[in-house]
Write a protein that binds this ligand. Structure first.
Ligand SMILES: Cc1ncc(COP(=O)(O)O)c(C=O)c1O
Length: 452
């Protein structure tokens, strides 16, 4: 089918419409396309889905997405969903936001590819200036990358150059991406790392991620003991655990971690790939809680749908790249003009539309609604989060998987998170219509009371 014939949302679609399920998902078009997919896509994804389906005894056949607008996505069978997953939290402005589309179209008419680190595009320079200004130190420098994993890789390499120490401290439950620098630091699940173990950095240790004030001392004393080994050059931390289940640590955690690491001349890398740019109700979560990490990583929503990420560090640390000859971290599409233009539009929209404040306020409303509607629901443990990064913990991973499937059948897209997959994770666009929140909470309550 030519691209022009794929369905688009009707002109009357607002982007904040309630779900509309015309045919039980997955509909016949989704099933047919998923069969084609299974023939050509690496089985990593399909196999995982079949294993899970078998475990919980529920059909997890996927839908295939055709189009999106605002908080809605449409599948190839014409079903309309409210998207609480929003591209793994990356759709900050809503699907196909006009500002992103215009920026990409405008840039496409001017220049679609520059020459990376050799001859930069003008828009790349503007973006770097804006990103540098996000760092609390004032005079920061930034390196553009393409995925979150790539930004974390750049940060880990920077720390290595700056400290000459290969050791890394990361946290249980953490997720930093699947590349070979980030993977050994993924405390989320051992099974993600194990098959590749012999090829990964062996000098990585994990500390418990503090869930509350009572855990903080244990975490910091574990980190202290690990730093005392002497080989640790970097501490990598998510200011809020994202995939690990939207765990909000004690407010002073990241600041105290920075103080501790600096005593041992280790670099602190705050992975703001999920929390940053308004998602957690602050532009930079670590700054909002009074911490000053050496390096910040941004990704996900930065590109407004385009793949771009950044490693932004204090000048002293980033200048380590200049103290060594012949080292670069670059790629053909680094600083890609379309992605840079879209990222500038994203940062502008976040500011002009005051989306950080909106995320904080509407996130609070959402959390309160969830707590009210889910109180006493079957298998409900707790709702938590910050801004529009909200987790609903259920008693088991199987229950969360059944709930997310039942939600899909009712027109809501929600992903599972948490170490055991026990947490439903809600990261809708920061522009989501407030009127969509309560119906979702009621549906979730109904789902929890009806599934096994
Ligand atoms: C905190 C965090 N860091 C890094 C990553 C990896 O990003 P990517 O999937 O773009 O490589 C993710 C992805 O979910 C993330 O949540």
């Amino acid at each position: 089918m030519p691209l022009s014939e794929f369905p688009r949302p009707l002109d009357t679609a607002t982007g904040h419409d309630a779900p509309e399920i015309r045919v039980a998902p997955p509909g016949p078009m989704s099933i047919a396309m998923s069969e084609r997919l299974a023939h050509v896509e690496c089985p990593a994804f399909g196999q995982r889905r079949s294993d899970r389906a078998e475990k919980i005894g529920v059909d997890l056949g996927p839908i295939v997405l055709a189009s999106g607008r605002g908080s809605n996505v449409y599948d190839v069978d014409g079903n309309r969903y409210v998207d609480f997953a929003a591209g793994f939290g990356s759709v900050l402005l809503g699907h196909n936001a006009t500002s992103s589309v215009r920026a990409i179209e405008g840039q496409a008419e001017r220049l679609m590819q520059a020459l990376g680190d050799v001859y930069s595009a003008d828009c790349k320079i503007s973006l770097l200036e804006r990103l540098a200004s996000l760092h609390p130190s004032g005079g920061a420098k930034a390196l553009l990358t393409q995925s979150g994993s790539d930004a974390v890789t750049a940060a880990i390499k920077t720390a290595m150059l700056a400290t000459k120490k290969p050791g890394l401290i990361a946290f249980e439950g953490a997720y930093h991406g699947m590349g070979y620098a980030a993977l050994p630091a993924c405390g989320l699940r051992e099974s993600l790392r194990a098959p590749f173990g012999p090829q990964l950095n062996a000098d990585v240790t994990f500390a418990p991620y503090p869930k509350g004030d009572a855990d903080l001392d244990r975490t910091l004393s574990t980190v202290d003991a690990q730093l005392a080994r002497g080989s640790v050059g970097a501490v990598l931390v998510e200011p809020i655990l994202g995939r690990g289940g939207c765990v909000v640590p004690p407010t002073k955690f990241v600041a105290q971690l920075c103080d501790l690491a600096h005593r041992y001349d280790a670099v602190v890398i705050a992975d703001e790939i999920w929390t940053g740019l308004g998602r957690s109700g602050s532009l930079v979560r670590s700054s909002a809680v009074g911490a000053a990490p050496d390096i910040l990583c941004f990704g996900k929503g930065l590109g407004g749908g385009m793949p771009i990420s950044a490693c932004v560090g204090e000048s002293d640390v980033m200048d380590a790249w200049a103290r060594t000859t012949e080292v670069v971290h670059t790629s053909t599409h680094a600083g890609h003009p379309l992605a840079c233009a879209s990222a500038i539009a994203t940062l502008d929209s976040i500011r002009f539309k005051q989306l950080v404040t909106r995320s904080r306020d509407i996130g609070l409303t959402f959390l309160e609604l969830l707590c009210t509607h889910l109180e006493g629901a079957n298998g409900f443990v707790e709702a938590r989060g910050a801004g529009l990064m909200i987790g609903v913990e259920l008693e088991s991973g199987a229950r969360a998987m059944r709930a997310s499937r039942a939600l899909l059948e009712r027109g809501y897209i929600v992903l599972g998170g948490g170490i055991r997959g026990e947490t439903l994770t809600m990261t809708p666009p920061l522009t989501i219509g407030e009127e969509l929140l309560e119906p979702f909470c009621k549906t979730l309550r109904n789902v929890l009371d009806t599934i096994d």
